[in-house]
Design a protein around this ligand. Structure first.
Ligand SMILES: [Zn+2]
Length: 246
């Protein structure tokens, strides 16, 4: 059984990226998203390794840097395989919301121009996120990473045409809402990921996450869907390959 981890920030981990991959022999390849210009550069440097691919983008927490980093990000982007991590985060509100929206919109358009998938983060901002994806007509390239929406938003985004990626929260004891949303997602519309070094699934909740634990996320999704773990590994790997064509 092999897995793909299409969302792990190896460059943000305290541990050596190579050591983390060595501990995950069952993971075929990974995508390392940037969160700003510097970490996107680091992701591209890591992508010298044949199991590592990079995404380039500005995270909503960093959106106040958009004016100063947009040219650099646009220049680096063609060297990666996706645009990300981009999106909206009204929970932590670390950048002003209008700047989050313009950075997100511009980067969706960039993904469209470069014919690349867009790796999208969303927290407490479903309505604005939905509207920006809809108005830019970019749903067919959007992957909603670490999807935590419940049934109502899951249905709306399903109808919009996006892909969903599940992370640790689908395995959390407190993850009932996430699991009720996940139940509605057809297997051909989903991937699994770790979001390393964050969101480590049980029984490792208190530790830094790593790509090897993508199998625990897959196991949680298998029990939500009532299918075998093997089937989840197979279909999510096929989906990731189709989305990112590494
Ligand atoms: Zn992330």
């Amino acid at each position: 059984m092999t897995w793909i981890d299409p969302h792990c920030h190896l460059q943000l981990s305290d541990e050596d990226p190579q050591a983390l991959l060595d501990r995950a022999p069952e993971v075929d390849w990974v995508v390392v998203p940037g969160i700003d210009l510097e970490t996107s550069r680091q992701a591209l440097a890591l992508a010298e390794d044949e199991r590592i691919h990079a995404a380039v983008g500005l995270h909503p927490h960093e959106a106040s840097k958009w004016e100063s980093e947009r040219d650099g990000i646009a220049k680096l982007a063609p060297s990666g395989i996706a645009i990300g991590e981009i999106g909206l985060d009204y929970y932590r509100d670390l950048s002003p919301r209008d700047q989050q929206r313009s950075a997100f919109r511009d980067q969706l358009v960039l993904a469209e121009e470069l014919d690349m998938p867009a790796v999208v983060h969303c927290r407490d901002a479903f309505a604005d996120l939905f509207e920006l994806i809809e108005t830019t007509g970019t749903a067919d390239r959007v992957v909603l990473h670490c999807w935590t929406g419940g049934p109502r938003w899951t249905k709306r985004f399903l109808a919009l045409g996006v892909m969903f990626s599940f992370a640790g929260p689908v395995a959390f004891e407190t993850g009932d809402t996430v699991r009720r949303g996940a139940e509605l997602v057809p297997p051909n519309r989903a991937t699994v990921e770790t979001d390393t070094p964050y969101l480590s699934p049980p029984p490792f909740r208190k530790e830094a996450n790593e790509p090897a634990r993508v199998a625990l996320v897959g196991a949680a999704l298998a029990s939500v869907w009532g299918v075998s773990i093997d089937e989840v590994a197979h279909i999510t790997s096929a989906n990731a390959t189709r989305i990112y064509h590494p």
